[in-house]
Design a protein around this ligand. Structure first.
Ligand code: FAD
Length: 380
């Protein structure tokens, strides 16, 4: 497995890191509060072309690697959750369109998703389940020339602002299909909006009432929805973990900055107290492990290996790591850790979302345990 970065990947990493630190970080407070980029930055950010990186040039992409996109996501997340989230929502629609969609779907929708002129989304979760496809209630019934969709989706990121989404609906008792659904079409309504403690983002219900999806808007075969969901979510999960790796790297820097400037009787607490040093060392070790495993899994994606198991392991590692790091950075900051003036409180709030979004943690444990039990051995 090739686990070193290519020249191109290193260049993308450096460019996005520069953009994140010089352009996003100074506006972090404002960006995080609104959940969107200010107009002055928006066009520049979209122009970076990050979503197209892992797709071939013949399909309008940049023929880069999955690793290069993830490097960019992680570097952006060092400064804010908002821009990498925008990348990932487009990616989780672009990837299944590219891998399973008809030529017509690809030609129509991929260019806008790659350039980020259009906004993508993914809709699986419903009021009764976010984990079990068998409990889905949204239905797709075959009609002349297409499918009629009815049901409610819940917690759908960007469902009030997106242009298109991939939406999963039942086509039979056990069968799930994936559809391209457009927000502007009759039968689509953005319902109740959610507000979260860990981040500001457009999120809420999608209500479909006799929404008509023409035949070419079926993605893959009518019974292929679950396979498409598992693969898209596994890749999306890696991107989501990259966001948390960026936040983890930021947390270590915040800890270092505070420990070297806050003094106790004239001496920086990081130099004076071994227990602060112990926390810093632990944070660094955990961030190293997270970053290493993240890019190990990316290398597997670029090799074309199956990553269902690896993405689940990564998600568990990420959720546990970021919650511990967030707690450590907050403790190092003392009372200031709770103050909105210090970024430690932002990382702490962010960490709370890690076990839930992009697959509940217990479900990842189920994937990991079942894979190993079926194999009967662990390769390491
Ligand atoms: C900020 C945010 C953004 C989101 N964005 C999206 C989005 O864009 N699109 C989308 O589709 N969803 C989205 N979600 C929903 C999210 O993916 C789901 O909340 C998540 O998958 C969990 O689903 P649930 O809440 O229905 O939990 P449930 O599936 O009801 O699970 C509840 C509990 O039971 C456990 N459990 C459930 N089934 C099993 C099992 N088989 N074995 C063991 N334990 C089990 C779970 O681990 C969990 O602890 C978002 C959520 C948030 C908070």
């Amino acid at each position: 497995m090739n686990f070193s970065f290519t020249e191109e990947e290193t260049q993308i990493r450096e460019e996005t890191a520069r953009f994140a630190r010089e352009r996003i970080l100074p506006l972090q407070g404002e960006i995080e509060k609104c959940g969107v980029l200010p107009e002055s930055l928006d066009a520049e950010f979209r122009g970076l072309g990050i979503v197209g990186l892992p797709f071939p040039e013949e399909d309008g992409g940049l023929s880069g690697t999955f690793t290069s996109m993830i490097l960019a996501v992680r570097e952006l997340a060092y400064a804010s959750m908002v821009p990498p989230n925008m990348v990932l929502e487009n990616f989780v629609l672009a990837w299944p369109l590219w891998a399973y969609g008809s030529e017509e779907l690809k030609k129509t929708y991929l260019p806008g998703l790659f350039s980020m002129e259009s906004v993508g989304a993914l809709a699986f979760t419903e009021p009764d389940t976010g984990s079990d496809p068998r409990q889905l209630k949204t239905t797709a019934v075959k009609a002349e020339g297409g499918w009629v969709l009815n049901g409610t989706k819940r917690f759908i990121t960007y469902s009030g602002i997106c242009d298109q989404m991939i939406l999963f609906a039942k086509t039979g008792e056990m069968e799930v299909a994936a559809f391209l659904v457009e927000r502007g079409k009759p039968g689509y309504k953005a319902g109740k909006r959610e507000s979260f403690s860990h981040m500001q983002v457009d999120n809420g219900d999608v209500i479909l009432q006799d929404y008509f999806a023409p035949d070419p808007h079926l993605i893959g075969a009518p019974a292929q929805g679950f396979e498409i969901l598992l693969k898209s979510e596994s890749l999306g999960k890696i991107g989501f973990c990259a966001i948390y790796a960026g936040a983890a790297n930021r947390a270590v820097d915040l800890a270092l900055s505070y420990a070297t400037t806050r003094t106790h009787r004239g001496k920086p607490i990081g130099l004076k107290f071994q227990m602060i040093q112990e926390k810093i060392a632990r944070m660094a070790v955990m961030a190293e492990a997270l970053n290493s495993h993240l890019f190990r899994v990316c290398a597997k994606v670029d090799e074309g290996s199956d990553i269902l198991f690896d993405a689940a392991v990564l998600k568990i590692l990420t959720a546990n790591t970021i919650r511990r790091l967030a707690s450590d950075v907050m403790e190092i900051h003392g009372a200031y850790g709770l103050s909105d003036e210090y970024e430690a409180s932002r990382i702490y709030a962010l960490a709370a979302g890690a076990p839930v979004v992009m697959g509940a943690l217990d479900l990842q444990r189920v994937i990991v345990a079942r894979t190993l039990l079926a194999a009967g051995r662990y390769e390491g």
